[in-house]
Ligand binder design. Structure first.
Ligand SMILES: [Zn+2]
Length: 263
């Protein structure tokens, strides 16, 4: 038996995510997400579970209740992705546009690790958690992180794996400096802006002076960071040797002992 169509329906907007549209549908009918899903007899408490995969039966129930075509319901989920894109697409919301979220929107592109500015209104996306208040984030960091995000998108969509490998190496290195542990692809989808922005900025920094940057910071790092540095470069012994060489040279140039020995 099909549930009755809802008294009110709302039209999905471009790039809207199924879970976001269901929330707006629930609000229009004066109930919450869980109540709506229970009414539709869909066996999940969270609409976000449907964003990546909605089966034919659930799509039909939603379509009937909202008086739309089941194809419309399916079009609100993520399309098939390459493994690389999938690893950089968050299962749960981690950032949003304050402007659009206020109107109850939840958009698909916000879930991409490389999304930086809202494609609808142009406002910079903000992380859903974070110790830093917006005004504490420096303009320079934002500028660099935005450039890193653009590079990450190119890397995720490029044909070969090389670009993404290079980007993730920079992220792994940045994580070591922030003593943030875990998978680098999760670091760039982190709901805390202090982690995400720093890691994105590292992608941009690694592009301009990869080895020098690594060497400069490696001179005063603790053991954990040192291990992370080794891990970041473990598959490239030549790069690691180059980083070490530069680090030693930097140390020699700075050391007062060197000056004394020349006299
Ligand atoms: Zn927006």
């Amino acid at each position: 038996m099909k549930p009755h169509p809802l008294p009110k329906t709302v039209a999905p907007l471009p790039d809207e995510l199924l879970s976001g549209w269901l929330s707006r549908l629930a609000a229009a009918n004066y109930c919450d997400d869980a109540e709506l899903l229970a009414h539709l007899r869909i066996d999940t408490a969270h609409g976000t579970a449907l964003d990546f995969n909605v089966d034919a039966a659930a799509a039909a129930k939603i379509a009937n209740a909202a008086r739309v075509n089941p194809d419309v319901v399916r079009s609100l989920t993520f399309p098939a992705m390459t493994p690389r894109e999938a690893s950089l697409t968050a299962q749960m919301p981690f950032q949003h546009c304050m402007q659009c979220a206020r109107e109850g929107l939840s958009l698909r592109h916000w879930r991409r690790a490389w999304a930086f500015d809202c494609q609808v209104c142009g406002t910079r996306l903000v992380q859903t958690l974070g110790k830093l208040r917006e005004e504490q984030i420096s303009g320079k960091l934002i500028y660099r992180a935005r450039r890193g995000a653009e590079m990450l998108e190119c890397a995720a969509r490029s044909r070969g794996p090389k670009q993404l490998r290079r980007a993730m190496r920079a992220v792994t290195f940045a994580m070591s400096l922030k003593t943030f542990r875990g998978d680098p692809s999760f670091a760039v989808q982190n709901p805390r802006s202090e982690v995400r922005l720093f890691c994105l900025a590292a992608i941009a920094a690694a592009r301009s002076h990869p080895l020098a940057k690594a060497a400069i910071v490696s001179k005063s790092i603790d053991d954990y960071a040192r291990v992370a540095l080794l891990r970041a470069f473990e598959k490239e012994p030549r790069l690691l040797a180059a980083v070490d060489h530069i680090a030693q040279r930097c140390a020699r140039n700075r050391s007062p002992m060197t000056a004394v020995s020349h006299n």
